[in-house]
Design a protein around this ligand. Structure first.
Ligand code: PRP
Ligand code: MN
Ligand code: MG
Length: 181
């Protein structure tokens, strides 16, 4: 285990089981639909790669790079698009893939953005949900797991751009970020 991790919350096997379950739900709902799986970079990376290989349907993929946290544990409240989607969403069903929904600001913004570009439907698949911290009213169709309000990293989730490469998800030791906040 990495020295900055307090404890592991989701092992590689735990995550695999969650991904398989979500993929089955998606297969059932999207069978026969023309859809694009859109990952929100960078947090989605590990999840997106694993999820898309478990969904046995024909679909395309794309990415949007958005950021609101920067190098902090607290959201700035502003969502910046750093890389736009490269295919047309006009008339398409969109399934957004996220690592975590926290305040909900990122997804509220991106859903509106994709509907404004004429998407037929926009649904959200997130690995983790922190409903206690929600400040916007958004509907999350697929949730891997509901998590408590601890600062977690790994499997795509970062603190100051670090720990994304960990294959598990763990709680970050408070000493790592206490000087920064
Ligand atoms: C994190 C996370 C989600 C978002 C959730 O991204 O990956 O995208 O914040 O927070 P919210 O519900 O309060 O908007 P971040 O802005 O840190 O960028 P990253 O994915 O590149 O780490
Ligand atoms: Mn993100
Ligand atoms: Mg981040």
């Amino acid at each position: 285990m990495h020295k900055d991790i307090e404890k592991i919350l989701y092992s590689e096997q735990d995550i695999k089981n969650i991904v398989k379950r979500l993929a089955k739900e998606i297969e059932k709902d999207y069978n026969g639909k023309d859809f694009i799986m859109v990952g929100l970079l960078k947090g989605c990376v590990s999840f997106m790669v694993d999820l898309m290989r478990e969904v046995n349907l024909d679909f395309s993929i794309d990415f949007l790079a958005v950021s609101s946290y920067g190098n902090s544990t607290v959201s700035s409240g502003r969502v910046n698009i750093q890389k736009d989607i490269s295919t047309s969403v006009d008339g398409k069903h969109i399934l957004i893939v996220e690592d975590i929904v926290d305040s909900g600001r990122t997804l509220a913004f991106i859903s509106q953005y994709l509907y404004a570009k004429n998407a037929t439907s926009v649904k959200i698949c997130t690995l983790f949900n922190k409903p206690d911290r929600r400040v916007t009213d958004i509907d999350v169709a697929y949730v891997g797991s509901v998590i408590p309000d601890a600062f977690i990293v790994g499997y795509g989730l970062d603190y100051a751009e670090r720990y994304r490469n960990l294959p598990y998800v763990g709680v970050l030791k408070e000493s790592v970020y206490s000087q920064d906040t």
